[in-house]
Design a protein around this ligand. Sequence first.
Ligand code: NAD
Ligand code: UDP
Length: 345
Amino acid sequence: MNKKEDEFMKILVTGGAGFIGSHTCVELLNSEYDVVVVDNLSNSSEVSLDRVKEITGKDLKFYKADLLDCDTLDKIFLKEHIETVIHFAGLKSVNESVDKPLEYYNNNITGTINLCACMKKYGVKNIIFSSSATVYGEPAVLPITEQCPKGTPTNPYGMTKWMIEEILKDIQLSDNSWNVIILRYFNPIGAHESGLIGEDPKGIPNNLLPYITQVAIGKRDYLNIYGNDYDTPDGTCIRDYIHVVDLARGHVMAINKLKENCGFKIYNLGTGKGYSVMEVLHTFEKVCGRKLPYKIAGRRKGDVMASYADASLAKKELGWEAIYDLEKMCQDAWNWQKKNPSGYQ
Ligand code: NAD
Ligand code: UDP
């Protein structure tokens, strides 16, 4: 299709300077989309976008703006003639959300409502939303299909995902010319293979892979493994880790689905394979070439024992499938960490 004729071509990426957003910007630019990023840089650096440009050799537009600032958002929509929105912007720390529920509900939910109100005003009715496997709570079935009932997230962060899904569903129900795709991510890890962009957590990482890479680089003394007394083969929790580049590609495939006027859709994005904390640690050790110190700590409150996807619906309806394995995820995460020991600083 001629670029100018394609009404889905100009993509607003909220939170585009962040971990998943920056990788998605690369895939969008490589697929010839025009990219406009809105990010308040509360958990990211503009350097990531310079790196996106370096990787792709293409330009994008960046607004340092907050979704809570309706006036600025309105001006951006007025100026940019956005056609489709990929909505990553949000606060994402489970622990922090327990301490700061108001901040999380306000930022994530009010931010989304402001965004959707602006979309409505300017007739933009295509949105892809970053949800999470956390909405399944303790999963009723494994592997988890999209039919698996939503559970009760154990923290305000998870609740914001749960609620935003419902808000978007109601918006689409009220006006069926909206197309809404909810992508429920499993555990995104890894980095772009160039080592130019990757995950850059502020402070002490909450998530497993960034913690392991910081132990490997000497920033942390040892990994705490949260529980080895679960009912799993080695006693540690099982998750479905997915390479961030695979995840990013999933968003480009989802845009193609929006083009079919798909209405309201939900897809799991995972590999379908579960790995234990111990297996991830050992795979990372293989990649970095040495043993890493760890201690067994108590279980972490709110952790589910096992979570892995049935990702067959995304394969069937989006033509998307994860292609990278755990070793590649660890290699790319390690490459990024070695090249950027202090992240984007
Ligand atoms: P990230 O923190 O790296 O990216 C989020 C971006 O949103 C950041 O750049 C931040 O500065 C920006 N932001 C936050 N609030 C904003 C606001 N009010 N206005 C403008 N910008 C704002 O996180 P990520 O890992 O790239 O995650 C992206 C999305 O995917 C998030 O919604 C997250 O909840 C969701 N998600 C992430 C994971 C994961 O493990 N990384 C898993 C499931 C879902
Ligand atoms: N985990 C761990 N030590 C850490 C961080 C995480 O043992 O320092 C475990 C955690 O208990 C879970 C798995 O690693 O079983 C994945 O945790 P993460 O926070 O990365 O993802 P999520 O809990 O959101 O699935």
